[in-house]
Design a protein around this ligand. Sequence first.
Ligand code: GLC
Length: 549
Amino acid sequence: MSNFKQKTVYQIYPKSFKDSNNDGVGDFAGIIEKLPYLHELGVELVWLNPFYPSPQRDNGYDISDYCAIDPRFGTMTEFEQLVAEADRYGIGFMLDMVLNHVSTEHEWFQKALAGDKYYQDFFFLEPAKENGDLPTNWVSKFGGPAWEKFGATDQYYLHLFDVTQADLNWRNPNVRKELFDVVRFWMKKGVKGFRFDVINLIGKDKVLLDDPTGDGKFMYTDKPLVHDYLQEMNVATFGEDVTIVTVGEMSSTTIENCIDYTREDRHELSMAFNFHHLKVDYQDGEKWTLKPFDFEELKMLLHTWGKDMSEGDGWNALFWNNHDQPRALNRFIDVENYRVEGAKMLAATIHLNRGTPYVYMGEEIGMLDPGFDTMEKYVDVESINAYDNLIAAGNSPEMAMKIIQAKSRDNSRVPMQWSSEVNAGFSEGTPWLEVGASYKEINVVTELETGSIFRFYQRLIALRKELPIISMGDYQPYATDSKQVIAYIRETAEEKLIVLNNFYATETEVVLPEEFLAGELLVQNYAHVAIQKVQPLRAYETLALYLKK
Ligand code: GLC
């Protein structure tokens, strides 16, 4: 067994990490330059978002060639150098495998369009219904219908995402063979893991039917077939190397499925991402709305997932941020007054939890949303569609803008803030996406000189390697009645850990279990902490107490 459970993953959005040739786009050479920084933080795995040739309609998630490199990021030789250099720092890469769909510019789709039956079977092609309606009533996740006319034919192809992202038909064994070859291709390059994009959507039914109640989601998500395909992929590819770490991105999933996706004896994946905890500020489940986060809902979700995954022997991927999410700091914390305390509290909440923590670039220095004020600054296809839809639904331009500002995926995709120099030290050229306004104050140089968030992350990452309880302990919810604290206990046969996290700027208190009064103060985000039976917690305070049994 590999010791992956003691490792922390860092996510790099290559386009925005570091630009070495000043063309405004981050690249492999830029990542090589920053390996010492990642090493100092202590991370051992780095997930890279897609860097393959792509028309970039969906920022690289629309892949036109799975086994090549988009020249703007570098060459294959540079990729191999990157893998070798990172290895010297004890860092391995997890590559993003977007196997649910391909770009319509991919050779397979182009051949299908040209009439090649063999490749037409790679996709979901259906005629309109007899009454002329689209094959099903499913809605694309980026807005509008999920079907588009297939060239000049009478058929339509399925695209659960953008019209240029055609869904692949995994029922066809030739599709699976091709995709497994892709995974093997990258394994041979020495990568140490994979992140499988929207992988719980690959089990679509043979006959696709209308969704009587919703947008189609429950007609194609988490189908039992997904488990079969994952087991098949495991055997055919990464399963042969037990050190490879895999994570599946599970859209609208369930705990039962995530246990099955990740339980070791099922030979599917190492862990799974779910997104329920990042929908607690959606009004009625709708992303493009404004609502303060629902604390009770968040607490319930963290506890239920923590406990049930623990009891079911599943393994969670733990995260607050990624390239699809606005910064958690802006969503959960009063950043005007408590950015630093809040950043640490959020970090402790997941890093001491049961599962594998992910740090999204810039999180370790407390980066914020950029707060762009005009639509011209946004490039993300989802945001642009959402703006149009909000206006069409009768919102004022001011309101639509406010919602985009809070919810756009571009919030996290802005360039990494390295310094207070021009373009935050990311590039001397014009960045593909403008840098955030906060870079003069919030950047790596300033953080390392005078800040404390990076050091806090460093400590959490180191603790996971040192103390078995962090990776091995089970998860027990604690103080579940609290109106502002999310607390939990971790336990193994030898050790115990309690973690208290105040999610508000107001003070509160938690009654500690007696035994922890003699515990060691392991992690805290305030100086001068006295441990008491009735433990007061200041604004966004986090406290972890540890004891050996
Ligand atoms: C995942 C990716 C997202 C992408 C989508 C379609 O959700 O994280 O960025 O747009 O899949 O591939």
